[in-house]
Design a protein around this ligand. Structure first.
Ligand code: ZN
Length: 346
């Protein structure tokens, strides 16, 4: 879930790493398997460490493809030209500890249990979350909430748009989880309150409010996804370091209404309270905690429907995804990579 860009350390680390890698070409070579998935003009390299993953490779590739399809559905394309996904197997089941990095052209590291079933892969959200991180620039650590907030908010919408999740499930989860993003006693605003709840769900709350407001002001012509696509198209992906204000200004310009900048001004250094019950009522989301019912007569029912609807223009042809190559055997892995490049800045 965390993403990191090793900032000033990067150049020095790369120089050091080149040498390091050369030194480790032979001693670090292990049986590893690398597959490459072509998605539009982007390439996804999937490297499974040490070939100890006992589950079928096709299950792993299908899981990666589904996550990539989700992200491409939301952004209209895969966010960056090339990404390396390094999978480390562990004993057990499930998907854990995803991390996304902006160095070396973009990479994701993630743990996969060697007993993970196809249905567990199908319900995984973490890889989609990590791939969403690729689509926004690295910003100052005070604004970590926007990086995690976008990943938290966009992930289920992207999966719904790619038909990998039901809209009912997302709204049920949002009604349950979003209160964790509300300010607690002592809160000093999103930029200055670095708790888990405010980082992930406070950031997601910012995104929800922005999405609803952009759609309300544009009569559903635009939404947060168009603002985020605008930022991405302006070069704002994880490989770049940007000022948050610049990203938000470009986002607002992309949708033609001023929403992100004023919302940020309200939430950055003050504990802005939000009446979530009123938000759900206006959107027509009624939850009893175990199931959700939609009220299509609610004021903003059309906004709710638009949030999870895939743009009709974003049609991906069936040849969009191609498995280009699978290399099985010895590969020069990343095992010789200096530990500091793999650090998790939280
Ligand atoms: Zn994350």
């Amino acid at each position: 879930m965390p993403r990191t860009f090793p900032a000033g350390l990067f150049i020095r680390a790369v120089l050091g790493a080149l040498f390091y890698l050369a030194c480790f070409t032979f001693v670090s070579a292990k049986d590893e398997m690398t597959s490459s998935l072509l998605i539009g003009n982007a390439r996804i390299d999937i490297r499974i460490e040490e070939s100890t993953l006992r589950i079928p490779t096709k299950d792993v590739l299908h899981w990666v493809k589904s996550a990539a399809e989700s992200v491409a559905a939301y952004y209209g394309r895969f966010p960056i030209p090339q990404v390396l996904i390094r999978i480390t197997p562990f004993k057990g089941r499930g998907v854990h500890n995803g991390m996304t990095f902006g160095d070396r052209g973009g990479r994701i590291t993630i743990l996969v249990g060697n007993e993970t079933s196809p249905s567990e892969f199908a319900s995984d959200w973490m890889l989609t979350h990590e791939m969403v991180h690729l689509a926004f620039p690295s910003v100052h650590e005070n604004h970590h909430w926007i990086e995690e907030g976008i990943a938290t908010y966009v992930e289920p919408i992207a999966r719904i748009q790619a038909r990998n999740l039901k809209a009912e499930q997302m709204w049920l989860d949002l009604v349950r989880d979003m209160p964790q993003g509300l300010p607690q006693v002592g809160d000093r605003g999103l930029d200055y309150t670095h708790t888990w709840g405010r980082t992930y769900w406070g950031g997601a709350l910012f995104c929800l409010l922005a999405d609803v407001e952009i759609r309300r002001q544009t009569n559903n012509g635009k939404g947060l996804e168009h603002a985020l696509r605008g930022i991405l198209d302006a070069g704002g992906d994880i490989r770049r370091e940007w000022n948050l204000e610049d990203a938000l200004r470009i986002g607002d310009r992309s949708v033609g209404v001023n929403v992100l900048e004023p919302l940020y001004a309200r939430m950055k250094d003050k504990p802005e309270t939000v009446d979530l019950n009123s938000v759900w009522t206006q959107l027509g989301v009624q939850s009893d905690g175990t199931s959700v019912h939609f009220d299509d007569n609610a004021t903003l029912a059309a906004v709710r429907r638009a949030i999870t609807t895939r743009e009709s223009t974003a049609t991906l042809d069936p040849t969009f995804f191609k498995l280009v190559a699978v290399f099985v055997g010895r590969a020069v892995g990343l095992r010789g990579w200096p530990a500091r490049l793999n650090r998790n800045s939280g």
